[in-house]
Design a protein around this ligand. Structure first.
Ligand SMILES: [Fe+2]
Length: 196
């Protein structure tokens, strides 16, 4: 499914690989392992899979500002993704990541407006990784920021938008181990898929 999305939108595919790798590093930093870790990695890879259901005009749009109608369509991708995955025997944590990765700590996110502790930990982790990668890579409408600038932006987002503790740990992880985010064909993700 992640590869299918890559056929429609190459940036999103590469982004998903990096988000999976950053999510793995952040999860390992807080001691998550086993099936929980595998689910978070797969959730990182699949977090935007619902974009498969968006219309072509969204992918061809290169403007930062979307019309209200287009924004509404883009914001439907967590629900589309969760509905898609729910047709398979997919671990709950993966669906939670897909569904809740745009929720915000202050309740201003989507699709449900969940706040703080209502947001599953797995989704909070992927959300931090997602934001970090979005800030530090070139997009059609936005140049990448330096690491120093990225850390400032992340700290501004911590609390209201991102989980403050996880954001701090992500910054520590990047400072300690750099931005290496290559995720080879993931040997630990495979057993989970075979097991379900
Ligand atoms: Fe997303």
């Amino acid at each position: 499914m992640a590869a299918a999305l890559g056929q429609r939108d190459p940036y999103t595919h590469a982004h998903a690989q990096r988000v999976a790798a950053y999510s793995r590093r952040l999860s390992e930093r807080i001691g998550i392992d086993g099936d929980d870790l595998r689910a978070i990695i797969l959730g990182g890879m699949l977090h935007d899979v619902g974009k498969l259901g968006l219309s072509d005009r969204i992918f061809s749009n290169k403007q930062a500002a979307l019309s209200k109608e287009m924004l509404g369509e883009v914001q439907s991708h967590p629900l589309i993704g969760a509905q898609l995955l729910s047709k398979f025997k997919c671990p709950k944590a993966i669906i939670e990541v897909v569904l809740c990765h745009h929720e915000r700590m202050d309740g201003s996110g989507y699709p449900f407006g969940l706040a703080g502790g209502e947001i599953p930990l797995c989704a909070k982790i992927v959300s931090v990784a997602d934001c970090f990668d979005a800030i530090t890579t070139d997009r059609p409408y936005q140049r990448r920021k330096s690491l120093t600038h990225a850390f400032i932006i992340m700290k501004e987002m911590a609390g209201a938008c991102l989980d403050a503790e996880l954001t701090d740990l992500m910054i520590q992880e990047i400072k300690a181990n750099g931005t290496e985010s290559i995720l080879p064909v993931d040997p630990i993700a495979t057993p989970l898929l075979q097991a379900v």
